[in-house]
Design a protein around this ligand. Sequence first.
Ligand code: 5GP
Length: 188
Amino acid sequence: MTTPARLTVLAGPTAVGKGTVSADIRARYPEVWLSVSATTRAPRPGEVDGVHYHFVTDDEFDRMVADGQLLEWAVVHGRNRYGTPRAPVEARLAKGEPALLEIDLQGARQVRASMPDARFVFLAPPSFEELERRLVGRGTEGPEERERRLATARIELAAEAEFDHVIVNDDVARATDELIATMGLPTR
Ligand code: 5GP
């Protein structure tokens, strides 16, 4: 078994299934804490403030950046800002509890610069065509936003070699098992 990672950063392109895989991990390992990001994006139907994201205004986000409250932040898909609140992550790490960040490539690079001991995992689609199919299939974005996200996805996929581990999400349960092993969590 791999040495337990305290901080794991999970990155990967839009619609690859990062949310599904991390929800699957949380269901099986409730002790793994998943960071709740701040974002300037509007909530989607069903998203709950403080659970899926902290939905903040541009001014609030500016303040968080100015006050150094974010461990990393980035403009994602050329549109909204997303960032990881620093204090909750530091509190988990101080207690030695496993923490998971689900963030984009730019954020992962920033965390690598400030916390090089973290474990960096890239979740990849079986193919670009499959990624397009998943994005269309989930139906949460219109054609313009989909194109924007696929453009980011091309950039992200080209950076997969920067990561410690690449996991292909061909099957959620299998990909989750691989992430569990990568994080050094006990088999359950
Ligand atoms: P969505 O709008 O679909 O919820 O998320 C869009 C993208 O933002 C995803 O690729 C996700 O990984 C990224 N993201 C979510 N939270 C954060 C964060 O705190 N920091 C960074 N850098 N990216 C994030």
